[in-house]
Write a protein that binds this ligand. Structure first.
Ligand SMILES: Cc1ccc(-c2noc([C@H]3C[C@@H](O)CN3)n2)cc1F
Length: 327
């Protein structure tokens, strides 16, 4: 059946956590449509590493089975990572259930995961070809669930400083306004990748072509990382915006009024609210603010939580497409 869970933004909307029940144990996890491993803090880790975290205890699960000789090792866009061994267990997310789901048990995690005490790990929702388990690659929860879900979809409803929803198997049309605009996804890279070739600022004339013209929908990335041409075009309309090498990106006066950004998603222009592009102050006085839109020099562009806070997104694993609508 379908499953629906509330998600909760960590402070500053840095990441969004939601409850996952593994072998009867419910832990909060970071749902990441930009990777394909489900890994957890667990009782193999040292007490120092586990301090403050929830942990999955395979010994307490009557349905856990080790996958002898299987290992995983994953690194994320920011250089963080985790590695360990692997088993299977029953996973239930708000009622959507998979038996025999690969559960990757970290025996090593990088510092930023240790300090992120509200998160018990990640649940990857990109395509299974990116899964790092060896010698036999494993499937994501969504891939395993596809055949049994009422509809082959999951949806992300992420909000600024407020609870949202992750749903599997159904599209709740009360969560967005207007029709969903559907775009085909190119699964070659293993990401939810689509064409994004134009932008406009504050309802102005659309740009022509954005170099590379590809983007991925990535709930696990906090910001929106776009081509330099988009970033320059947008912040040219923001008084006092500067590229601030000290803090590592574009900043502007917190008092600035930020225009909306219109961005191409497979031929339909989606809107990112200006308010959501004012990400956070960089100083104690709240004078200088850091932009939620920043540049990436690599392709594809990465549309993270800043994009999702203005747009409800449906991920269709049945026909490999994305549906987007304002919310
Ligand atoms: C501490 C920590 C670090 C990184 C991440 C992280 N999760 O998803 C992603 C993006 C980037 C790409 O790797 C796939 N999706 N990054 C989460 C964390 F809690």
């Amino acid at each position: 059946g379908a499953g629906s869970v509330a998600n909760t933004p960590e402070a500053g909307d840095v990441e969004y956590l939601a409850p996952v029940t593994i072998g009867g144990q419910t832990v909060n996890m970071d749902f990441d449509s930009g990777s394909s491993d489900l890994w957890v803090f667990n009782t193999q880790l040292s007490l120092n590493t586990l301090s403050g975290h929830m942990a999955y205890n395979p010994a307490q699960s009557s349905t856990f089975q080790l996958l002898p000789g299987s290992t995983f090792s994953i690194s994320y866009g920011d250089g963080s990572g985790a590695a360990g061994n692997v088993g299977t267990d029953t996973v239930n997310i708000g009622g959507a259930t998979v038996t025999g789901q690969a559960i990757e048990l970290a025996t090593d995690v990088s510092t930023s995961f240790v300090t992120d005490t509200q998160s018990t790990g990640l649940i990857g929702l990109a395509f299974s070809k990116l899964n790092t388990v060896k010698p036999v690659q494993q499937k994501t929860f969504f891939d395993n669930a596809l055949a049994t879900l009422p509809e082959p979809v999951f949806t992300a409803d992420l909000r600024h400083n407020a609870a949202g929803t992750y749903e599997f198997g159904a599209i709740d049309s009360t969560k967005f306004s207007g029709p969903l605009a559907w775009t085909p996804v190119n699964t070659t890279s293993g990401f939810w990748q689509f064409t994004s070739q134009a932008f406009a600022v504050g309802g102005g004339a659309p740009s022509t072509s954005v170099p590379g013209g590809q983007a991925i929908a990535d709930t696990g990335t906090t910001l929106m990382l776009a081509d330099q041409s988009v970033v320059d075009g947008y912040y040219s309309q923001v008084q006092g915006a500067v590229n601030n090498a000290t803090v590592g990106g574009v900043t502007f006066p917190c008092s600035a009024t930020l225009p909306d950004l219109q961005i191409d998603v497979g031929g339909t222009m989606a809107t990112v609210r200006g308010d959501d592009i004012n990400f956070a102050p960089v100083d104690q006085t709240g004078t200088t603010c850091f932009g939620g839109l920043q540049a990436t020099t690599v392709q594809p562009q990465i549309y993270g939580d800043i994009f999702f806070k203005s747009n409800f997104v449906a991920f269709n694993g049945g026909n490999n497409s994305l549906g987007v609508a304002p919310h």
